[in-house]
Design a binder for this molecule. Structure first.
Ligand SMILES: NC(=O)c1ccc[n+]([C@@H]2O[C@H](COP(=O)([O-])OP(=O)(O)OC[C@H]3O[C@@H](n4cnc5c(N)ncnc54)[C@H](O)[C@@H]3O)[C@@H](O)[C@H]2O)c1
Length: 247
């Protein structure tokens, strides 16, 4: 069987080291090299696909290095805004045939949670998101909570729902959270946690809570492996796991 050659940026990190194990166990792919901070990128050694779990401050330079060399990328590093995505899309346009997958959450359950939230959103006037992570996370709100809020907001708009009901007039301390596309998002950073999210939906006399918990980084690996297989066949920029997982 042909082996897809996979490299890893951030190979010494918590996610990168899991990727090395998961790719090593997956059928039809093999790790050919990797690098961590201040190590030469050339160590990816002829990889067809490189997986990036580094840092929001590092990932753009990694993309600018890999895509012009014809190396596909599967990127889990978070902190992507529309400006960053536009730059990656333009880079892919300049290098046809190269694929880049940017996904803020590779876990199957988290992607189902986002889909369920989107399905429920039209039926509930109120919605808020609580995202909870370990305290070493650099970015807040989490990429997953931003994506969830955007998908909920789009479903609400399509259903003709207006603003979420909220009589707050005083919020000097910001305790009502940040607001993403009209959806309040609350970020918790707590030792002992890995990656968790609740979507709270409310209507007269009832609430619906959709919760997902990643207890172990192993939960992200089936999605990473699926992403590697997907990006080999799909040039250009893919954002999120919807197409990869068929959700
Ligand atoms: N998409 C997802 O499903 C998902 C899941 C978990 C974490 N993440 C994200 O992945 C990223 C990494 O998370 P982590 O928990 O593994 O962090 P980590 O700090 O354990 O690992 C990051 C690694 O990247 C290395 N690094 C930094 N700059 C680099 C560079 N320029 N080149 C090569 N390596 C470099 C660091 O030295 C470190 O070893 C974060 O942005 C995090 O939010 C995404």
């Amino acid at each position: 069987m042909k082996q897809t050659r996979v490299g890893v940026f951030g190979m010494s990190g918590k996610m990168g080291s899991q990727v090395i194990t998961a790719v090593g166990r997956a059928d039809g792919m093999t790790i050919v090299g990797g690098c961590d901070i201040n190590e030469p990128r050339e160590a990816i050694n002829n990889a067809e696909v490189v997986v990036d779990f580094t840092h929001p401050d590092a990932v753009m330079d990694n993309i600018r290095w890999a895509v012009p060399r014809g190396v596909h990328m599967v990127i889990g590093t978070t902190g992507f805004d529309q400006a960053r995505l536009a730059e990656v899309r333009a880079l892919c346009d300049e290098h046809p045939g190269v694929g880049v997958l940017v996904a803020s959450n590779f876990s199957i359950g988290a992607n189902l949670m986002m889909r369920f939230a989107e399905l429920a959103a039209p039926y509930y006037p109120s919605v808020e998101i609580i995202e909870l992570h370990h305290p070493n996370k650099a970015d807040a709100p989490s990429g997953t909570s931003v994506t969830t809020a955007q998908r909920i907001a789009a479903a609400r708009a399509e259903a003709g729902l207006g603003d979420v009901p909220d009589a707050t007039t005083q919020n000097e301390l910001g305790t009502r959270g940040g607001v993403v596309d009209g959806v309040p998002v609350h970020s918790v950073r707590l030792q002992g946690l890995v990656a968790h999210q609740e979507v709270l939906l409310g209507a007269a006399g009832e609430t619906l809570t959709i919760r997902h918990d990643s207890f172990d980084r192993a939960s992200f690996m089936p999605g990473v492996v699926a992403g590697i297989r997907y990006i080999l066949e799909h040039p250009g920029l893919t954002v999120g796991m919807r197409e990869v997982l068929g959700l």
